[in-house]
Design a protein around this ligand. Structure first.
Ligand code: ADP
Ligand code: MG
Length: 405
């Protein structure tokens, strides 16, 4: 188990470097469009402030690629953070590292926050340059990583820095993410059902393979399902397929059969005459996709079947929409699954959601995140976690010692 900020004592007067994920969407005029990521880190920041620590807070934003980009400065983020923490002095510097930044960090008083400029303005950040890592480490005594969404990257602020500070621990959000994902993957309640959807098999095949050793039921939906249907020898019309993955899809089905895992694919579909919001559409059995049509969503029978499986499951992992939920005509499948997973949660199942578009879908359906046991904030990071990969930003954190367990 990783050490967390709850294992730290005597932080008063200490300089604590907190890596957060403030990679928020900005409007054209530079306003923060969604403050979720800022609000998610408040428990960690508050806890440290209350202990009298002096916080040096840093994040990346967008993809400036190692150069200063005025449109990607963290100034609007600093204003939001100040709004969220009205009683805490929040200052911002316009650089990541410099003598002036060092001076400001050293001038912090207990319980104050200094927000650094966008980490990715520094060319050394994404290269995990030890020189940058040392400069970041020099700003603080203790390192806290609360940026789960960036934990799958070995960057100077997520990995390199940990080699040059006395102590590297998880923030509360990071700890919550690790705990929820680890728990469902290693100690699921049975039956354990994974629902994996989304656009591409190529981006999720490793997740599917890793889950084969863990789940009882595997629901495969969304665009990636058509590559599996092709592997079953069905014709899929103009549906999204990745021909290079048909063989892997077939092998995965074979492996599932040998392990006694139930794979659930569509038995009926909503197909459209083209990819578009107002496309003509109809429901067809999976064996009867017309040549010029494409699959856009699971059909009503499939919804019922998945509902039934979900509602009798005690652990559910869901990543990826079941259809093109962005278009109302093709959102019913994803909506039905969202409702079923909420119901299962109400009935005591352990439910974990991940994936940027999956979160966008539940938001569109106005299903609050609190309707599930855990909603993962990190798209790429949660995917790599579900692949069974070691995330460098997590691996770099100190383990709890016997004394702190
Ligand atoms: P997540 O971000 O939740 O991991 P993905 O990025 O893998 O999900 O996939 C989400 C996208 O998959 C959505 O934009 C959705 O429209 C698309 N999608 C789902 N079903 C289909 C389909 N049948 N055909 C084409 N695209 C699909
Ligand atoms: Mg996505």
């Amino acid at each position: 188990m990783k050490k967390t900020i709850q294992d730290l004592t005597q932080l008063r007067g200490k300089r604590v470097f907190v890596r957060v994920d403030f990679n928020v969407p900005l409007s054209d005029d530079g306003q923060v469009m969604d403050t979720t990521r800022i609000r998610e880190t408040l428990p960690t920041l508050r806890a440290l402030v209350e202990q009298g620590a002096r916080l040096i807070v840093a994040s990346h934003l967008g993809r400036p690629k190692g150069k200063v980009d005025d449109a990607l400065r963290l100034s609007a983020v600093a204003e939001e953070l100040q709004r969220e923490l009205p009683d805490v002095p929040v200052r911002k510097v316009d650089e990541v590292v410099s003598a002036a930044v060092m001076e400001k960090a050293n001038a912090l008083k207990d319980g104050e926050i200094l927000l650094l400029e966008n980490l990715r303005f520094e060319p050394g950040e994404e290269k995990n340059d030890p020189e940058l890592a040392k400069k970041l480490a020099a700003l603080a005594d203790v390192y806290v990583n609360d940026a789960f969404g960036a934990a799958h990257r070995a960057h100077a602020s997520t990995e390199g820095i940990t080699h040059y500070v006395q102590e590297s621990v998880a923030g509360l959000l990071m700890a919550k993410e690790i705990e929820a994902l680890e728990r469902i993957l290693t100690q699921p309640h049975r039956p354990f059902t994974a629902i994996i959807g989304g656009a591409k098999v190529s981006s999720k095949i490793s997740v599917l393979k890793h889950l084969l050793d863990k789940v009882d039921n595997l629901v495969i939906g969304g665009g990636m399902a058509y590559t599996f249907l092709l592997g079953r020898g069905l014709s899929v019309g103009k549906s999204l397929v990745e021909p290079d993955f048909v063989e892997e899809a077939r092998q995965l089905e074979e492996a599932a059969k040998q392990k006694g895992i139930q794979i659930i694919l569509s038995q009926d579909l909503v197909v459209a005459d083209r990819f578009g919001k107002d496309a003509k559409h109809q429901i067809v059995p999976v064996e009867a996709i017309p040549d010029d049509w494409e699959g856009m969503d699971i059909g009503p029978e499939t919804r019922q079947r998945i509902r039934a499986v979900v509602e009798q499951s005690r652990s559910i992992l869901w990543n990826g929409p079941l259809g093109v939920f962005e278009f109302p005509a093709f959102s019913e499948g994803t909506r039905a699954i969202a409702e079923a997973v909420v119901k299962a949660t109400t009935n005591g199942a352990q439910t974990v959601l991940g994936g940027g578009d999956t979160l966008a879908a539940i938001e569109l359906f106005r299903v609050p995140g609190s309707s599930f046991s855990h909603v993962s904030t990190g798209g790429g990071a949660s995917l790599e976690f579900m692949e069974g990969k070691v995330l460098p930003g997590i691996a770099a954190l100190n383990e709890k010692t016997a004394a702190t367990v």
